[in-house]
Design a protein around this ligand. Structure first.
Ligand code: SF4
Length: 911
């Protein structure tokens, strides 16, 4: 590798700043060394471009080195194959061919579904991309409906033999392999869409981020460099993003789009099978041109799609969709097929971090580089991918369909099928019984095993460990692994749901199209079975890996609601699969602190000194940032936005007074962050009633973050227009009544997570209080309890206070108060990560400037007396170092702001 002291990054399109060189050098060295690194670079410092120019330079250098090593070795390689008399080119050819054949076999083996029979491999889980039916024989219900009447043969599940009945070692369908058990991969194989899959996979970099817009931004930056044309780049996304079949796309919902797409692939498969059967004289008629989706009919168009991408260089999702539409071929399958040959794969978190998604997409992480951007909440994002949930209405539907099916086919089913179907009915019945219990009845009273566990006599929500849950329902004797294998292999789900949908359609005289009941928000019958299968998989996890949440809350419309949810608590095992395979993993982000929490939750086996952490300072000069802890309002009232005081009329009014003063000193745009939509609404209404809102609106237009994302664009456009209309931002009170705008936003909402407010759009970010998450969130409290117990070998059993929580705010606070260690720290970190995300929306480039006001007395402290746990210690270094942590009164804040804006206005005018 290159001499580290001489690392250069020629692809950087501008002259890099020294912090950018530092960042690129740190990243390059991390990739060289391998292992895990965390690299922090504040927003607005060119982090993405630095990642591209360093990581891809490393890739090219590494490939060159590998090539030169290979060419050095080849003449003397003395490969075992072939005789010594054979010329080198023949030896190399044979060797390459052998590797190809070996890999081809491996790929094929994988595709045929010969996987480990570990339970978590039985299904593709939590797939946005891959529907449940991908692993199944998804019979097209519409086709079946064409006859107009129920046909027993179509829905009768084939005989199934289990260990007991057939002595086969494990449950097994009598159907021949490949007859109906179809994976998406094998479907592609039939289509011939996988030619490139069989090429030798080059060393590659996987870059993932959270949202599609972040991935689009990445591609945009990549195009500024030579790498866009030098390397093979492919961008992956979901079917919902890529689909160009209008008929499928109009289903709107990801699950339905997935299901429909896979049905279409299956139809093609069935068509091919039929054609085979029709072949006469022993000649098999087979075609690759047949496809249920017109966008996959012509394979040559897929080839054209790939070759145009290679010619055009890096394309983002929108480009790929445009290209696919122009050519008339599916961009989803087109981009997927390019993965094996790609140097750089750009994809969302979910696709890389979920094992089932990796397998579906055929991602091979072996010796690769994985860069995870926006990794500030990685541990929570990761574990949430392994949650599962089934609602009361889904359970009722699944249970009734199973019952109806059993009634209809009871006498035709073999003993094994009968037993497994009955087992499924017992399970769903038990789940339903649990959820149907009256709210006034504690389930602990009805289930002896759980006595004392809930501790909440009138709880709507409660949580329980897996084993306790199974014991309490008397289902602990069911072999879930075998049951899951039966579900996977027998095709029972499609038979039951297909029969159920058709029967319901005939009975109601309504149109049930392909198993899709448009009136049901919770999707198709298949979605219900998918949810059940996911829940059963979750129940096979280790007892301490997660908790079952039982919610019996009514729905908004007052109907009986409720759900069972498995909440995964540990991410370490999941992440270790990524770590084990990759050469290097880089977690990048604007603010990655606290890194210790991430280490403990995702890779606790690494000692702190084994984890490389690099943090660079901000690109902007210190005089461009003014962070102030504002502890008092204009009338001298101390600010306290804690849960108990934040709604008090005094606090709300003082905040209004503060803002009505600030609008006269801060130019252009001010973004105010509240802890929740409810609180923002409360404050807004109070200001409106008291006339404070009118005072603020005299100086600046007031906008509010909409709850619906679809309304966001309009609001942001109007906000921008209002600011643009205010000349140069001078605030001459008398001459210009309204200058700029105020945007009331919410922490955790769309604005705080992903909208950037550069220049005039965000001259000030005002954070109201400390946005701690609500302790009434039962999942949060479960995570807190789990993390509190991490790394404590003495606690085989959780402390008593752990066991008495039911979603009650007071009880939640009680649990938090009792946490002394990591749990408390985690809760505080959640709050400060949200603060950092929100205040990081401003200051996006070197000439930008903004004030950051942290409004609450709890932010204020004499810096010399600030304890380690003080919230401001969790601010990013570039803000912490410049924080004015103590002001005597509002007048001082006003004066500092006045000076700051005057200075920066003049400074930027001179430039
Ligand atoms: S094959 Fe492609 S275009 Fe056709 S339905 Fe599936 S995702 Fe849509």
């Amino acid at each position: 590798m290159a001499d580290q002291s001489e690392l250069k990054f020629p692809a950087f399109p501008f002259k890099p700043y020294s912090i950018q060189i530092d960042f690129m050098t740190a990243l390059y060295q991390s990739l060289d060394r391998g292992g895990i690194s965390m690299l922090e670079s504040p927003t607005g410092t060119g982090k993405t471009l630095s990642i591209i120019c360093s990581a891809l330079q490393w890739l090219i250098d590494r490939k060159q080195k590998q090539n030169s090593e290979t060419s050095d070795q080849k003449p003397n390689s003395g490969h075992q194959s072939g005789s010594d008399d054979e010329p080198d080119w023949m030896k190399n050819f044979v060797a390459d061919k052998e590797i190809q054949v070996k890999e081809k076999k491996e790929i094929k083996k994988k595709r045929q579904g010969i996987r480990s029979m570990k339970v978590d491999n039985l299904f593709n889980r939590r797939r946005e991309d891959e529907g449940f039916c991908e692993e199944k024989d998804q019979k097209n219900v519409k086709d079946k409906m064409d006859g107009g009447e129920l046909n027993d043969d179509e829905f009768l599940v084939e005989e199934y033999e289990s260990e007991e009945e057939g002595g086969l070692g494990c449950g097994k369908s009598k159907r021949k392999a490949g007859g109906v058990s179809v994976s998406s991969s094998s479907e592609e194989e039939d289509d011939g869409f996988d030619e490139e899959d069989e090429e030798e996979a080059p060393l590659k970099i996987y870059f993932c981020s959270r949202t599609h817009s972040q991935l689009t931004q990445f591609i945009k930056e990549l195009r500024k460099t030579v790498f866009a044309s030098q390397l093979k780049v492919v961008c992956l996304g979901s079917r919902k993003n890529f689909c160009i079949n209008e008929e499928v796309l109009k289903l709107g919902n990801s699950t339905r789009i997935n299901e429909r797409c896979l049905e279409l692939q299956k139809r093609k498969k069935d068509d091919v099978s039929k054609m085979k059967n029709l072949g006469s004289g022993g000649r098999i008629r087979r075609t690759k041109a047949s496809s249920g989706c017109p966008m996959l009919r012509k394979q040559n168009l897929q080839t054209q799609f790939r070759s145009e991408i290679y010619q055009e260089g890096a394309l983002d999702i929108e480009d790929l969709v445009r290209l696919g539409s122009r050519i008339g071929t599916c961009p989803y399958y087109g981009s997927r097929s390019m993965v094996p040959a790609a140097d750089l794969v750009v994809l969302p978190y979910q696709s890389l971090l979920s094992k089932s998604s990796r397998e579906s997409l055929g991602l091979n992480l072996k010796n690769s580089i994985v860069i995870i951007d926006e990794a500030h909440n990685l541990a929570d994002s990761l574990i949430s991918m392994y949650d599962s949930k089934i609602t009361l209405s889904q359970l009722e539907r699944v249970h009734s369909q199973l019952g109806r099916y059993f009634e209809r086919f009871r006498n035709l089913l073999g003993p094994c099928n009968r037993r497994y179907i009955q087992t499924l009915m017992v399970l769903t019945q038990a789940f339903l019984k649990f959820l149907h219990l009256e709210n006034s009845t504690c389930y602990a009273d009805s289930h002896n095993h759980l006595q004392g566990v809930s501790g909440a006599k009138s709880a709507d929500d409660c949580s329980v460990a897996i084993n306790e849950f199974l014991f309490s329902l008397n289902i602990d004797n069911i072999n879930l692994v075998k049951l899951l294998r039966y579900i996977k292999e027998s095709n029972i789900v499609h038979k039951v749901s297909g029969y159920g949908d058709k029967a319901a359609g005939l009975y109601n005289g309504s149109t049930v199209r392909d198993g899709v009941d448009e009136s049901n928000d919770e999707g198709t019958s298949l979605s219900g079975f998918q949810a059940l299968a996911d829940m059963l998989i979750s129940l096979t996890n280790n007892d301490g890996d997660g908790r079952i949440i039982i919610s019996r809350r009514p729905t908004c419309s007052g109907q009986e609601g409720g759900y069972l949810k498995y909440v995964m608590l540990t991410g370490e095992k999941i992440f270790s699969e990524v770590i084990d395979q990759s050469h290097a993993i880089v977690l990048a982000g604007g603010t990655l602190q606290p890194i210790e929490e991430t280490r403990e939750r995702l890779f606790p086996w690494l000692t702190p000194d084994q984890l490389r952490f690099f943090s660079c300072s901000h690109i902007v000069p210190s005089e461009s940032i003014l962070p102030i802890a504002v502890s008092r309002g204009p009338s001298g009232q101390s600010f306290d936005f804690s849960y108990s005081f934040r709604s008090s009329p005094i606090m709300v009014e003082e905040l209004g007074l503060l803002l009505s003063n600030l609008v006269s000193v801060i130019p252009e745009g001010i973004v105010v962050f509240f802890s929740s939509f409810d609180y923002e609404g409360q404050v807004y209404d109070a200001w409106k009633a008291s006339g404070i809102l009118a005072r603020i609106a005299k100086r600046k237009h007031v906008f509010r973050e909409p709850r619906k994302n679809t309304d966001m664009e309009v609001v942001l456009k109007e906000y921008k227009n209002a600011i643009d209309a205010s000349s140069d931002g001078d605030l001459k009170a008398d001459s210009a009544p309204q200058k700029g705008a105020v945007l009331l936003a919410v922490v955790g909402g769309k604005i705080s997570e992903g909208i950037n407010f550069s220049d005039g759009m965000g001259r000030c970010i005002l954070m109201v209080g400390l946005p701690y998450p609500s302790p009434s969130d039962i999942e949060l409290i479960e995570r807190v309890k789990h993390i509190e117990g991490l790394g404590d070998p003495t606690s085989s059993k959780p402390p008593e206070f752990y066991e008495c929580y039911s979603g009650d705010v007071k009880a939640g606070f009680g649990i938090l108060r009792n946490c002394k260690r990591r749990g408390k720290e985690y809760y505080e970190n959640l709050c400060m990560k949200a603060v950092n995300q929100s205040i990081g929306r401003a200051i996006r480039h070197i000439n930008d400037y903004a004030a950051i006001l942290l409004v609450d007395a709890r932010y204020a402290a004499d810096s010399s007396k600030r304890s380690f746990s003080h919230p401001t210690n969790k601010l990013p270094q570039w803000i912490k170092g410049r924080l004015v942590s103590k002001t005597d009164n509002y007048g001082e804040v006003h004066r500092l702001l006045h000076q700051f804006f005057k200075y920066n206005r003049e400074r930027t005018r001179v430039k």
